[in-house]
Design a protein around this ligand. Sequence first.
Ligand code: GLA
Length: 643
Amino acid sequence: MTTKFLGATLALLAVFPAFAADVQGDPLAPTSRWSAYSSGRAQTSPMGWSSWNAFATDIDEDKILGSAQALVDSGLARKGYRYVNIDDGWWLQRRASDGELVIRAERFPSTVRAGGLPSFRPFTDRLHAMGLKAGIYSDLGRNTCSQAYSPDDSDLPKGSVEEREVGLYGHIDQDISLFFSAWGFDFIKIDGCGLRAYAAGSEKVMSGAYRELKPLLDMDSVARSDIPGVQSLFRQIDAALIRNNPDGDFVLSLCIWGAGNVRAWGKDFGNISRTSDDINPTWGRLLTNFDSAAKRALYAHPGSWNDPDMLFIGKGDFDADHLTEARSHLSMWAMINAPLMIGMDLRNATPALLEVFGNEEVIALNQDPAGHQAVVAFDSGEVQIFVKTLSTGEKAVALFNRSAAPMAVDLTAAHLKFRDDLDVGLVDVWNGRKQSFRKQVRLHLEAHQTLVFKARGARVLAEGLYLSEQPGNVNPAVDGVRWPAPDPTIHRSAFGWQGTRGSGERPIYAGWGGAQPDSAPFGEALRIGGKKFETGIGVLANSRLEVRNQGYRQFTAIVGVNDSARDERHAVTFTVYGDGKVLATSRALKWGEEGQRISVDVSGVKIVELVARAPIDDPASLPVTWAEAALLSGSAPAQVSQH
Ligand code: GLA
């Protein structure tokens, strides 16, 4: 990008924060490209182990290698848990003379070298020899999360103010080259506390122990976050990763906890992206973290996954005495294609816990190559039903009892988008039990229990797939959210360590109004001109969706303004592009008007783009619907007709 365009680009990024690629002109212009992040190696979500939930900063080589050995000995590594990630706590300091990072060698004896700074190379060699991959941790700012939040400084970097600045800020190329080229790591988690906790008036900076870094991230206020500033740092990191990994074998994990509207754009900047603040081993917090990712199915794709944080199985509400909750945790993380990162000291895992982690049927759902995050099929405060399309054409369905009371739940063929005049076969992935039903079946859930089935039936849409059945192929490149607002639907838990002091957790995770499968953007039903649709994509006006076409020949949808729109005045025009060329354009459609059917031939087209345009400033007032949007295998003459 030339500097000439930089000013305009930043302005556009500020206006369309979800939009990250090719912003040199009209962000709704078709690009004929898939713009979600595709560098690195995360075709399926990464699986492994991380030191943080088990040990916080009190880490050492024995603890980490002990869990690594347990991954191998228990067979979990063979089942996919391959990444062994060092989290916060490994630094001693940054050497003043040349800025080289120094490891806490007393904790990692294998790093000691005669005549040089300690090196993690023997450590990563050891993990690689065990068939594992190695992960490291850093921060976007000068300082880290533990430096901001640890109760004491015994595990924190030592030395002068500058020597304790161990984060990436100002050292991106140097550190990434050290981690990947010199030390041989395969994975990096990048936290953002350095961009959040070191404001001029903060206690840390006032103490004189840390330098000020004007915060680019404000957890409480997306409007006070400098989104282009944060994105620019991630871009530099991405470029350094590509330079230092000629084979492309790396994973970039973004950890800014849903701040700065990252739930909308993380997919364009890294392989996994945290959607919420830290998980803790309580049921309430599990719900919060799950919710932060659960309705973001269109924002996750092969190569770019939602990350509701690591597993806390093995502790608290998910320990060996709470296997129902432990199974629910793994089940729901698997259904939404979350990274499966074990967070317990595996040297102490009971056989029952190892069995939970090692359930191959559940792992297979998470690692399904089609990469479709589960979509909500039923939603209430107590029970949710999530359905995930698998690469085999089967579905996985999870019935999730969020409540502390047993529940009876009716699962219908319609939830699965299966025909209700034919049998539906279910296999319980936790115990292998089979059953079948027609139309509907009543199932019983214990408190906090999740039932997960692989389901086989006749799809309602026999000759194709609705877009809402294939969210992994739909990328809201521009979702129309112009002024990001916090999502009020995320369960708000009480932080254990804070009790009920203060006013409690406010809605803080922006992304409200983003694109949704089978729902309008603010959670309302899909309805055009009084007619309700059970399936489709709901999105705001002034949006552009990229759809990967995997060999289908026809695209169809019924388009119109959703009945939930507040704007009755302005008209929306819907255009379908195939590899950049206009295939069909609708009439200008206003609120209350009947939907218009669009049906176009997409044979040979790789990227279909769905653009809804309206001459308005605030797309939030104008949700639109691509009802029954589907890719079909039959071809049809291009037509745009009244529905
Ligand atoms: C942040 C992250 C956690 C962990 C800690 C380490 O809080 O969100 O996952 O990495 O920092 O200090």
